[in-house]
Structures are given as structure tokens and as C-alpha cells.
Design a protein around this ligand. Structure first.
Ligand code: GRF
Length: 312
């Protein structure tokens, strides 16, 4: 179980074991039933009429967390025990994407801004994943440097603010990025996704959003870095690679270089053309991007040097 979740469970447990507290295993069973989370094990613990051990308590936290109902569970507990005082609680809640506001716990919705320049099939994969419940995030805005990017249409038709920010003639990279950042900040995102955004970002921008920008690249980095579009797949074929794929990575000051979050492979077939290979890689891109956003939004990764590790 994750340390932050365990710590939160401990903070509440200290209140729960206090004398005169009605929280026991039967209360937990009743509460889980009320939360529409009938859990086989909790039913079993209750049948045994076992005391509420710390392990069972941890288990209930984990179950509620995995079902995205930890906020509901905490509110129910708080009705009985009150809110335990602990200087670390805000920090722990933050890492679990929860917040405590106006006397209530709630799930903090993870906010994502997507930057695009083109057709937006990767954006569409994110929209679909949000709409089918696969991703618990809010796509708060889609921004393009190209007026005619079809991605803007996709955003609009799904009720997502679609914003066009053209570069001015001769404008310095950093100046454009400052205008871009000003707009982005209006949406207070937790994450910025580059989904086919055909501009290089300045070191100023990268530093401002350090470890909060991700990019999707249609090859297995570090191979074929710096290329884009059809050129990547052409280069893969010309080199004679037998596998290709895609990479989702954090953005740092170097092009196609930051720590790798997700990679997916496809085989290269003898009959492949840049177009057929691109199409197969694109399917994998859609999966990889959703997977990466899911991992980050659920707070499941840590960055250690170049390695992105999954929290246990
Ligand atoms: C994708 O191939 C992506 O890897 C690259 O740009 C392309 C964007 O495609 N960075 P789409 O606009 O998401 O369809």
C-alpha cells in the first residue's frame, strides 16, 4: 500500500480507537454498503465480528481509494470522529489528489491543458478516455498555434475551450511562450500535454512547468529524436529497423529528450510504407498517451534521475 495512503489511514485510526467511538467493523460494513461498494472481504470480516484491526482499516482505505471513493469515505468517518489534527494532513491529501474545503473532503479533479497543431487524434483519444470514464481528469483547454488545426474543432464539439494563439511575425520564442503561459495559467492545469504541438518550447517555459509537460513522439526514443511527421517513419524504414513504436516523455530543455513515461512497440513489416507504419504507430500512441496521463493524474509515478518509476 502507498505510504501516503497508509499515513492518512493512520491519522484517522488514532481517532477511531479513541474510547466511545461508534466506528467498528459493522459500521464499516454498513458504510461500504451505503457507498454502493459491497466488498466480499469486508462482509466476511463483519461476519466474524472481528475487532477493527489496523490491517482491516488499511484494507478499507485501499478499497475506497481504488474505487475513487476515498473522499466519500473520509466524509462519513469525519461525521463521527471529527477531523484529526495533523500538520501533515494537507500534504498527504494533496498527494492523493484530495482536498478539504468548507468542512468537506472532495476529489481534486486533475486539470489538463492540451497543446496541438494538427488533426488531433491523440487529443481525441484523451477526450474518449475521459468520456468513457477511463481517465478521471478534466480537459480544461485545448490551445493551438494553427488556426485551422482540426483538433480545435474536436475540442469545441466536446465543450472544451478551444483557443488559437498565433505567433507574431518575427516574435522571439520566449515571448510567444510567455503569451502562451499567460493563457495556460488561466486554466490552472496540473499537466500540459503536447499532442502534436509543432513548436519547440523555450527553456523559460520548460523551467516554469518543470515535470508538468509531457510529449508524445512517434518512435522509440532515443532513436529518431528531433524528427516529426512522416519523416520519422521514413527514417525508421530507411534504417531498416525491425521494430518501431512511440514514446511518451516529460519535456526538458532538449528536444525529445526528457524522462520516459510509457513506450509501446510495433513490428516493422516488409511491406510497410511510411504511411502504413505511421498508422500502426498512431494506434499505439493513443493507448500510450492515455496510459501516461492516467499514471500521472493518479499520482502513481516518481521521477528518479532519468527513470520514471511506478509507485507501489
Ligand atoms: C503524432 O504522431 C505525435 O506523435 C506527433 O504528432 C502527431 C500528432 O497526431 N507528436 P495527432 O494530431 O494527434 O493526430
Amino acid at each position: 500500500m502507498r505510504d501516503d495512503l497508509k499515513n492518512l489511514a493512520d491519522i484517522f485510526y488514532l481517532r477511531i480507537v479513541s474510547p466511545g467511538n461508534p466506528i467498528n467493523i459493522l459500521w464499516v460494513r454498513k458504510t461500504f454498503r451505503e457507498m454502493d461498494m459491497v466488498d466480499e472481504n469486508i462482509e466476511k470480516f463483519a461476519d466474524l465480528n472481528a475487532p477493527l484491526s489496523r490491517e482491516v482499516w488499511y484494507y478499507t482505505f485501499l478499497r475506497a481509494f481504488e474505487d475513487g471513493k476515498l473522499d466519500v469515505y473520509l466524509n462519513r468517518i469525519k461525521e463521527i470522529t471529527g477531523l484529526p489534527e495533523n500538520p501533515k494532513i494537507d500534504e498527504i491529501l494533496e498527494s492523493l489528489h484530495l482536498r478539504y474545503l468548507n468542512g468537506k473532503f472532495s476529489q481534486k479533479i486533475f486539470r489538463v491543458v492540451v497543446l496541438v497543431s494538427g488533426r488531433g487524434t491523440n487529443l481525441q483519444a484523451l477526450i474518449d478516455a475521459v468520456e468513457n470514464g477511463m481517465l478521471n481528469v478534466k480537459l480544461v483547454a485545448v490551445i493551438s498555434n494553427k488556426k485551422r488545426a482540426y483538433a480545435l474543432e474536436r475540442a469545441r464539439s466536446h465543450g472544451i475551450p478551444a483557443i488559437y494563439i498565433p505567433a507574431k511575425k518575427g516574435e522571439k520564442r520566449e515571448n510567444y511562450d510567455k503569451r502562451l503561459a499567460k493563457k495556460i495559467d488561466e486554466y490552472t492545469p496540473d499537466l500540459i500535454v503536447l499532442a502534436g504541438f509543432l513548436r519547440i518550447l523555450s527553456p523559460w517555459f520548460v523551467k516554469k512547468y518543470r515535470n508538468r509537460i509531457i510529449n508524445i513522439h512517434p518512435a522509440l526514443l532515443p532513436s529518431f529524436a528531433g524528427l516529426y511527421g512522416e519523416n520519422v517513419h521514413k527514417a525508421v524504414l530507411e534504417y531498416g529497423c525491425k521494430v518501431s513504436g512511440c514514446t511518451v516523455h516529460f519535456v526538458d530543455e532538449n528536444i525529445d529528450h526528457g524522462p520516459i513515461i510509457v513506450q509501446k512497440c510495433v513490428e516493422v513489416r516488409d511491406t510497410d510504407t511510411p504511411e502504413t507504419l505511421a498508422a500502426r504507430v498512431l494506434e499505439k500512441e493513443h493507448e500510450a498517451l492515455v496510459e501516461a496521463v492516467k499514471l500521472i493524474s493518479e499520482g502513481k509515478i516518481v521521477i528518479k534521475d532519468r527513470r520514471v518509476l511506478t509507485k507501489r
